[in-house]
Design a protein around this ligand. Sequence first.
Ligand code: ADP
Ligand code: MG
Length: 241
Amino acid sequence: MIEINHVNKWYGPTFQVLKDCTTSVAKGEVVVVCGPSGSGKSTLIKCVNALEPIQGGDITLDGVKVNDPKTDLPKLRSRVGMVFQHFELFPHLRIIDNLRLAQEKVLGRKSDDATAKGMKLLERVGLKDHAKKFPAELSGGQQQRVAIARALAMDPIAMLFDEPTSALDPEMISEVLDVMVDLAREGMTMMVVTHEMGFANKVADRVIFMDRGEIVEDAKKADFFGTPRSDRAQKFLSKIL
Ligand code: ADP
Ligand code: MG
């Protein structure tokens, strides 16, 4: 579903943020990306839906080349759900309207259909009683669940997550991870930047470890936790586990 081939990227003329990164995410696969702060994790997943351009290599999404000037980027982005650390809901819109907006504007769904789909997804993330509230009336964990529901409302072919729980109070982390675990078990294709190794252990198929712009490890979960090959990954794991 996602293919990343020999990707190189610079910020400015001299700082190479991604160095010959190659990996892939198969349909239905869950890949966790971890590594120290500043290693390029956010940049890598932003490149997948062309929020950041690349200067070398190729990325394809469901067979469509992302870094091709002829690719319809708004259309491509509408097919990939993205959930960030900060929930980025529209503050002036009620929860249900947050879920309806892109369905109507981007996919052209009728208002009734978009509302029905939104309500179904709110029920799925345990928030159907909050549909009429504004984002500020919800907790951080609830807002992040809305953000996930909003992404799912677009029927994405894959979901990208960038540290979705790292801005949350500890007691709210599990309610968000539980939604993500369900999604993974239902077969969603997912690329997840997170340091929640409990989540990785439960549902990841593979774990990627990045350091200084390089993919240092890309291994099946059992191999990653069992016998990480590089010193850098071992050091990182010993700090966070
Ligand atoms: P991570 O998500 O692993 O913490 P990032 O991808 O956010 O890493 O950042 C990787 C490196 O690129 C960091 O050194 C960061 O400061 C730098 N960086 C990130 N975004 C930009 C940008 N828009 N312009 C210049 N440098 C950036
Ligand atoms: Mg980041």
